[in-house]
Design a protein around this ligand. Structure first.
Ligand code: HEC
Ligand code: HEC
Ligand code: HEC
Ligand code: HEC
Length: 259
């Protein structure tokens, strides 16, 4: 067998999963190959379809100077209503950390998906679809929703009749420290270098900095992998894309909560 064929076979049979993991084809692929309600809607300043699927979130140049990682959008400006409860041990900040706000720069409901700092190709970018016309997550009717814009992927629950408050009070708390020292039903975290994880067997959930250990924070990306690299059955049909692990048997929840 020729060496090249042999190597291709190894790649096909040993890494078939890796070949399909990633943004392409998912709901975060806003180019025509994606599966979101908005995929293929957006054109560049020349009127051609945008075919660069990273550009809706990242830019190699001219991104925000304080917004990481190379973020290509402004952070949303709304006022946040955060989760609160009498039994929570950690202190919840009055608004999310930037690591979660970057998700809200589309998931607040009203931030336009196609408003970015730097479009592909030379020059600057002007949104090609006017704001308010099928470019916001609240423009989609989610079957079963009591109102057209509410809630589905509209985590912040902003929409035509609420343009000022981002409601995160009906969502799992975020941006608080992981206080397994105070809440003993939380699995103790593991710090490796400057990063902290909650680890249970093969499941590894990241916590975020700058603190480590019980000072590290839970963010949207602790549960979600925005690039969709995890593989498990039911993904995209019975389970949402972008979970770090299947939640069958509540194994995602039980990685942190020892119930
Ligand atoms: C829908 C938005 C979105 C899209 C599209 C997207 N990313 Fe990301 N990317 C993120 C977010 C959010 C993070 C931060 C993840 C985290 O906090 O762990 C990130 C992080 C990264 C990082 C840093 C990873 C690390 O762990 O340090 C790289 C590199 C990256 N993205 C590359 C890409 C490339 C290449 C593409 C296109 C194929 C892409 N991204 C498409 C949202 C996106
Ligand atoms: C503690 C874990 C956890 C955190 C933190 C978390 N999520 Fe989720 N999220 C989930 C799980 C689990 C699901 C799947 C729920 C289901 O199947 O109904 C989900 C579902 C979603 C959905 C799909 C909702 C739908 O019904 O279509 C979106 C969008 C989403 N999350 C965005 C976010 C954003 C944005 C943040 C941060 C503000 C966040 N998530 C924080 C665990 C989490
Ligand atoms: C560039 C805009 C953008 C950013 C930034 C973004 N998303 Fe999304 N996300 C979308 C769109 C668009 C959809 C699909 C909505 C639809 O089809 O109605 C989606 C869908 C989702 C879903 C639901 C998937 C499903 O199977 O139903 C989850 C979960 C999610 N996003 C999590 C996140 C998290 C967590 C972050 C930040 C780490 C993030 N997103 C950042 C645009 C974005
Ligand atoms: C990455 C770790 C992590 C994951 C995964 C996780 N949680 Fe949490 N959760 C926390 C932390 C930390 C708190 C705050 C606990 C405290 O300080 O009292 C919390 C708080 C909560 C609370 C509020 C408790 C209160 O006293 O008000 C509930 C309910 C909850 N989580 C349920 C879930 C469910 C259901 C899932 C799975 C969908 C889940 N969690 C996944 C870390 C996590």
């Amino acid at each position: 067998m020729k060496k090249g064929v042999f190597i291709s076979l190894i790649i096909l049979f040993v890494f078939p999963v890796l070949l399909h993991a990633g943004v392409e084809g998912t709901k975060h692929d806003l180019t025509p190959t994606g599966s979101s309600n908005f995929s293929g809607n957006f054109t560049d300043p020349n009127g051609s379809p945008i075919l660069n699927r990273c550009v809706f979130c990242h830019t190699p140049h001219a991104g925000g100077t304080t917004i990481y990682p190379l973020w290509n959008k402004n952070l949303p400006t709304g006022t946040y209503t955060m989760y609160s409860s009498a039994t929570i041990d950690a202190t919840i900040p009055s608004e999310p950390n930037d690591r979660s706000k970057i998700c809200m720069s589309c998931h607040d409901g009203i931030s336009a998906l196609n408003v970015i700092f730097n479009a592909p190709g030379p020059g600057t970018y002007t949104p090609q679809v006017p704001v308010g016309f099928y470019d916001q997550i609240s423009d989609v009717y989610y079957p079963g929703s009591p109102f057209a814009w509410y809630p589905g992927a509209n985590i912040g629950e902003m929409g035509p009749w609420n343009t000022s408050t981002v409601y995160l009070n009906n969502d799992h708390p975020i941006s608080m420290n992981y206080r397994s020292d105070l809440d003993t039903n939380l699995r103790p975290p593991t710090t490796v270098g400057s990063r902290t994880w909650v680890i249970n067997g093969s499941i590894q959930l990241p916590l975020y900095g700058p603190g480590t250990g019980t000072s590290a924070t839970v963010e949207c990306s602790s549960c979600h992998d925005v690039h969709d690299t995890a593989t498990y059955s039911g993904k995209g049909s019975t389970e949402v894309y972008f979970l770090r692990t299947s939640n069958v048997g509540s194994q995602l929840c039980r990685t942190c909560h020892l119930f």
